[in-house]
Each structure stands twice: as C-alpha cells, then as structure tokens.
Design a protein around this ligand. Sequence first.
Ligand SMILES: [Zn+2]
Length: 274
Amino acid sequence: MIDSHTHILPNKPNKLIEEFGEEKVLLEMFSNEQKISTPDELMESMNLNNIQKSIVLGYGWTNFSLLQASNQFNLNIAQKNTSKLIPFFSINPMFKGNLEEMEKCINLGGKGAGEIHPSIQELDMYEKNIWKDSLKLLQENSLPLIIHSSEPVGHMYPGKGTAYPENIYKFIKLFPDNTIILAHWGGGLLFYELMKEVKEISKNVYYDTAASSFLYNPKIFELAIDIVGSEKIIFGSDFPILSPKRILNEMKNLKEQDLMNITEKNIKNILNLN
Ligand SMILES: [Zn+2]
C-alpha cells in the first residue's frame, strides 16, 4: 500500500521563520498549531497502518531558499529510507532558478513535482508562458505534477485557497498531455467528468483522496469510482493533518480490485515502480 500524499517539514515552523524569514505557507498554514511530522513519526504511522511506502510532498513555497532547503530535505530523507519514502519536490515557476532546481531534484531522484499551491504562490494558472518549460521538463521525464485544489463552496480551512475546478480545468486544457494529480478530489472537478468534453481533456488527470474525511461524506468513494473509475483515484491521506487510518477505514467496503487500484496500482503505473 502506498500513501501518495504526506508532508514533512525540514524543521519546526517557528525555526524556519527564524532561518528564512516570514513566509506565506508558514504563516497561513502553520499559524495555529497545525500538526507537523518528522520523518520518523511518518514512518511510525506507516508501520501502524500497514503502509509500505509514502510519497513525501513539498509545499507551495514562496521563498526560494526555503523551497530549495525543503526539497533537499525530502531528497535526503528518501535516500536514507529508499524502501519507504518517495520524494517529490516543490516548484515555483516565478523564481528565476526554478528550472535548474527542478533538474537538480530530478537528478537526485525526485519522482514528481508539487504539491503546488496556486493561491499561496500567486500562480496564474491561465498563463501558458509561465508554465510551459516546467511542464515540458516534467513530461520529458514522465513525472507527474500534483496540484492543491479546493472547493468553491463549503467551509474555510487554513490554506484552502481558490484553486477551484474552473481554474484547474483551464490549466489542464493548456497541458492535457501532462500527468496531473489533483489533490483533495480536484476540489470537485471529478464530478464534471460527467461532461464529455471535461472527461476528454482530463484523460491524464488523477484525483487523490487527501483530507477527504474533513471534506466529504464517505459516500464520495463509491460515487467517484462510478464517475471516473478506480483507475483515476489515488489514495493519499494528507498526513499528519489526517491519519491514513481514517481514510482507509472509509474505503474498507470497496471492491478488492478498486481498493488495489486506489492504494497501489495507479500510482505505481504513474511512477513506473513496477
Ligand atoms: Zn493540499
């Protein structure tokens, strides 16, 4: 079993602010005692939940030195725990050194980019020019991009942002050949896959289940399988915000084949882990 959406931080948020200065992710997402995890705590939780591998994602950093430090941390930890951790790296196409940083991370074993956070990073998702080089590099290396997405309705939460289905869809239309994983069920974009043109454009799009228990009724699992098929759904917890146990429990009545696709097979195919 693979948890495809977990986060670790290179240090405590207040220490990172001391070292790198005030930064939007740290201020907006970690201001009120948000849970954070060390790599050891993550691996302990994996053992308890029978999870063999986890993808450690980056955040939507707005400070380039912090982005680089966080990437290096993920790569180092994963190198020390190759059987357990799969490193992704943060990107921010607004920074001048972004492409070089991406190349460096790819050479050091980074398996994908993200989780980018369009609102916090103030990224224009409609502007192809900002993105085209980064997306080309990812495509050339068969690496996915994971994007934080959120619902245009419902309750607020730290870091919710405005990467709504409408915005995300425009981005996907610009890069339909890239493999894109939309976090948090794509903010609901998957429901629009009932529309023929959305389904067609989204053929390389996957949806992860991160933080699902905080957002949706557990019925979403069966509904989502019905709409997009279990081949397009990827299990992610959003640990340490949410324990993988809770999401796995919500999936326990799914058909074995669906569960296998969601918790293992799809992500292995994307990352060529077979
Ligand atoms: Zn997210």
